[in-house]
Design a protein around this ligand. Structure first.
Ligand code: DP6
Length: 329
């Protein structure tokens, strides 16, 4: 049994930053994101091959990378209740640069979860797929569906109520634009997984971050419902600042911004004073993602390039993870 699935990455408008359970990947707070098109990852899963094999972006995966993929498929076997599925072959390829800092792992694990279940003969079920994707990488649970997805932190210790739900589909706000400004192509020093752990364990501001982020999710939902770009942009910026402030206060401090990031942020303010509606968000890396609308995406790109962007990727709201093919033998 074999299935191929395409999924898009997502950018968090209210970030996930910190786990209450490292093994099950349960977050301290809820988060909300937008799925990004045209960027995508395509993953094929085939059960019943002679030995397990994992190929990611043309390379044979090793160590923890391979283990994370195989562990997720172990959960698929448990869900299917079928030990006879046999070893699996996984081939996954993204169509965007890793350096974009857009966590291709989010799209990759979402595609893996959907393809894994389909290859095991299980029916489509966005809740089950989101929970599975979460076990690979937290943010991946928000890439199973398109548009605006909310990862509810949940309360249960087993994580069965910690998954993403779609609040609005991509068609709700087709004029919204996200412009990825690649200021630095280098690998980040501290991966999200380690950075958030450091913040949870050592930042004196961590409890305040959790309380604030949780309260921002329903506000973000309201701004999206009204398609209020200014209110959403302001919320996005302050949430990004608060995530980074929490991390800067960790021990040792975590600073994901570089000089070009700060320069671009200052320029954004100047642009806004001149009436250009553009705001930023920033994940655990130096490359900001600019939030604007279709009428201003060219101006946003020009601003990013003037501030030293080596590359710019313009994105629109993306759709659900989709099954490209399914072969049953
Ligand atoms: C800053 O989902 O990559 O992008 O769950 O440890 O795999 P793990 O982390 P990951 O972290 C994403 C952090 C973030 C914010 C976000 O996407 O919400």
């Amino acid at each position: 049994m074999k299935a191929t699935v395409l999924a898009h990455p997502n950018i968090a408008l209210v970030k996930y930053w910190g786990k209450r359970d490292d093994a099950l990947i349960l977050p301290h707070q809820s988060s909300l994101s937008l799925t990004l098109s045209p960027l995508s990852v395509t993953t094929t899963v085939e059960f019943g091959v002679p030995t397990d094999a994992v190929e990611l972006n043309g390379h044979v995966a090793k160590g923890s990378e391979r283990e994370r993929v195989l562990r997720l498929l172990e959960s698929v076997r448990a869900q299917a209740g079928d030990k006879s599925l046999g070893p699996a072959k996984v081939v996954s390829r993204g169509d965007f640069p890793m350096a974009a800092g857009l966590a291709s792992s989010a799209a990759g694990f979402a595609a893996l979860a959907v393809a894994g279940r389909a290859a095991a003969g299980l029916p489509r079920d966005t809740k089950a797929e989101s929970i599975l994707a979460r076990l690979g990488s937290g943010s991946a649970c928000r890439s199973v569906q398109g548009g605006f997805c909310e990862w509810q932190r949940g309360e249960r210790p087993d994580g069965d109520d910690s998954f993403a739900v779609q609040r609005f589909d991509a068609a709700h706000w087709p004029e919204l634009r996200m412009v990825v400004a690649i200021l630095d192509r280098g690998e980040k020093d501290v991966k999200s997984r380690d950075g958030m752990k450091q913040a949870v364990e050592t930042s004196p501001y961590y409890a305040a971050w959790v309380k604030d982020a949780e309260a921002e999710v329903p506000r973000a939902r309201e701004h999206i419902a009204r398609r209020d770009l200014q209110a959403l942009g302001e919320l996005c910026e302050r949430n990004a600042w608060r995530m980074h402030s929490t991390s800067l206060a960790a021990e040792p401090p975590l600073c994901y911004l570089n000089a070009a990031t700060v320069g671009l942020i200052h320029h954004l303010r100047e642009h806004r004073k001149k009436g250009v509606p553009v705001w930023f968000t920033l994940d655990a890396g130096p490359n900001p993602v600019l939030l604007t609308d279709a009428a201003n995406e060219v101006a946003a790109e020009a601003l990013a390039r003037a501030c030293g962007a080596l590359d710019v990727i313009r994105c629109v709201p993306g759709g659900d993870a989709t099954l490209k093919s399914e072969h049953l033998f």
